[in-house]
Ligand binder design. Structure first.
Ligand SMILES: C[S@@+](CC[C@H](N)C(=O)[O-])C[C@H]1O[C@@H](n2cnc3c(N)ncnc32)[C@H](O)[C@@H]1O
Length: 277
């Protein structure tokens, strides 16, 4: 499989799918998207401070769609100087994507993100030889966390994840599959319910999708559903939270979502926060 490299507007590189032609990132900037769409709205820096204040030492991240590992790199950056290490489970269908990313970084994909991306790519290179195993992430001589690359269809691998390193519940989730137009698999309600089930109290999930069906599935899974930030020319995505309030949706959209979330077979929670009106 040959993924095509593409430079995005902030100078960072992404890969384009060889068959359906969708890029792994917004053309406005792959690195910008990783930071502003995932690490920032998931509140990783703040969450890390809270975890440290409670005597914890790790932030557990579920990264759905490893791709080039840029979102993982943004997570590492967000945790810098927090005293909290990253414990990531990263789910990927196709090992040729991280392999292509490693190749790309050897050549042209150089830039300020490399400080964070290089440690992730080194860990991914090790993990590709031992998928499913926990491998360390090192930045220079410092250990900054661990990652576990789980290869296969996330609809099968996530439910089959055995608890390891206390990773059965996650403090944050990056939901970054291809769009439903080219690959609807990871936007299906049963999968989103499985994801929500593994979110710890105060955990946040961020995704670029603002689709009503995706928001409804997340609300019906018991999460508070709100607006994510705008990134480049992209509309707001979605931020969904367990036991906390994300930025609210427009009142009309919130009312429609609340109405629909109450219908249908037993939603996991009624009166979901942000959906009461
Ligand atoms: C938009 S890209 C992710 C980019 C990535 N988050 C990054 O930081 O570079 C989507 C990724 O999801 C993977 N994917 C697609 N369907 C999947 C599935 N059913 N299970 C697991 N991964 C899947 C694709 O192979 C691709 O690498």
């Amino acid at each position: 499989v040959r993924w095509f490299p593409l430079e995005t507007q902030d100078g960072s590189w992404t890969l384009v799918h060889p068959v359906h032609g969708e890029a792994c990132h917004s053309l406005a900037g792959a690195w910008t998207q990783a930071r502003e769409r995932y690490a920032l709205p998931c509140g990783l820096a703040q969450r890390a401070r809270e975890i440290a204040a409670e005597g914890g030492t790790v932030l557990r991240l579920l990264d759905i769609g490893t791709g080039l590992g840029l979102n993982l790199a943004a997570a590492l950056e967000a945790l810098e100087s927090s005293g909290v290490a990253l414990e990531a489970v990263t789910l990927e269908l196709d090992s040729s994507v991280p392999r292509a990313a490693i190749e790309l970084a050897r050549g042209r994909a150089q830039g300020p993100w490399l400080d964070w991306h290089a440690p992730v790519l080194r860990a991914l290179a090790t993990a590709l030889d031992a998928p499913g195993r926990v491998v360390p992430i090192a930045r220079g001589t410092a250990s900054v966390g661990n990652l576990r690359l789980v290869l296969g269809d996330a609809r099968e691998t996530l439910p089959a994840l055995e608890p390891a390193l206390e990773m059965e519940e996650f403090d944050a989730v990056f939901l970054d599959p291809f769009s439903p137009r080219v690959d609807p698999s990871l936007w299906e309600e049963p999968f989103l319910r499985e994801v929500a089930r593994r979110m710890a109290p105060l955990s946040r999930l961020s995704t670029y999708s603002s689709s009503f069906a995706v928001r409804l599935a997340l609300a019906r899974a018991g999460l508070c559903v709100g607006k994510g930030p705008r990134v480049g020319a992209k509309s707001s995505g979605t931020l969904a939270c367990r036991g906390c309030e994300p930025p609210p949706l427009e009142p009309r959209a919130a009312r429609r979502l609340a109405r629909r979330a109450r219908e249908g077979p037993a939603p996991e929670s009624s009166g979901v926060c942000g959906l009461r009106s």
